[in-house]
Write a protein of this length. Structure first.
Lengths: 98, 100
């Protein structure tokens, strides 16, 4: 479970099992991969509307809700113009096999 | 613990992980733990449909949300895996007879 250790104090993108995307600084984690984010916000993509960021502050996300924790490359992130990026909402993890 | 050991032999190999939310991520397996949580480096994913992973190179995937892991067949010794499965089944059967 020490895999998250290298992401501590780094900016991370977190995908949850309901398909939402949170971005923040990883402040801590535990055995069950419960995590705490600071300076966090939720990013909402839409196929038609511009991308929206919702400020959240500090957030604790329960481990069982977590799908992905990815380390963010600040340079690539700042070069991306999210106003021009459109995408679909991620599915949740409960959808049945095709 | 058999598959934990098995995946440890795949470290530094390229694998594709299919998640329960239908997202597929290709990357180099960097570490694995007892829950089959993975760490992948140098990932690639379809960011046109789902832009969520833009600017992410290395990531942690929670084992409980993995549906499939695609592995290059040349990296798997199926005979060895079958033998190991039998050995593990025998060992746990022995435990039961021994009253554990």
């Amino acid at each position: 479970m020490s895999a998250l250790k290298s992401f501590l104090d780094e900016k991370v993108k977190v995908v949850t099992s309901d398909g939402r995307l949170f971005i923040g600084v990883l402040e801590g984690f535990d055995q069950s991969s419960n995590i705490v984010l600071s300076k966090s916000f939720e990013r909402i993509f839409s196929p038609t509307e511009p991308t929206k960021d919702l400020e959240l502050g500090s957030y604790l996300i329960r481990g069982e809700q977590i799908v992905i924790v990815g380390m963010l490359d600040d340079e690539e992130e700042s070069q991306t113009d999210y106003d021009k990026i459109h995408g679909f909402q991620l599915k949740d993890t409960k959808n049945a096999l095709r | 613990m058999l598959f934990f050991s098995f995946f440890k032999t795949l470290v530094d190999q390229e694998i594709t992980v299919e998640l329960k939310n239908d997202v597929e991520i290709k990357g180099t397996l960097k570490s694995i733990d007892q829950y089959l949580n993975l760490k992948l480096d140098n990932i690639s994913a379809n960011t046109t449909k789902y832009p969520h992973l833009i600017a992410v190179r290395n990531l942690f995937i929670r084992g409980s949300n993995i549906r499939y892991i695609h592995i290059n067949p040349s990296l798997v010794d199926t005979n060895l895996l079958q033998d190991a499965s039998r050995r593990e089944a025998m060992a746990s059967a022995g435990d039961k007879i021994g009253g554990k």
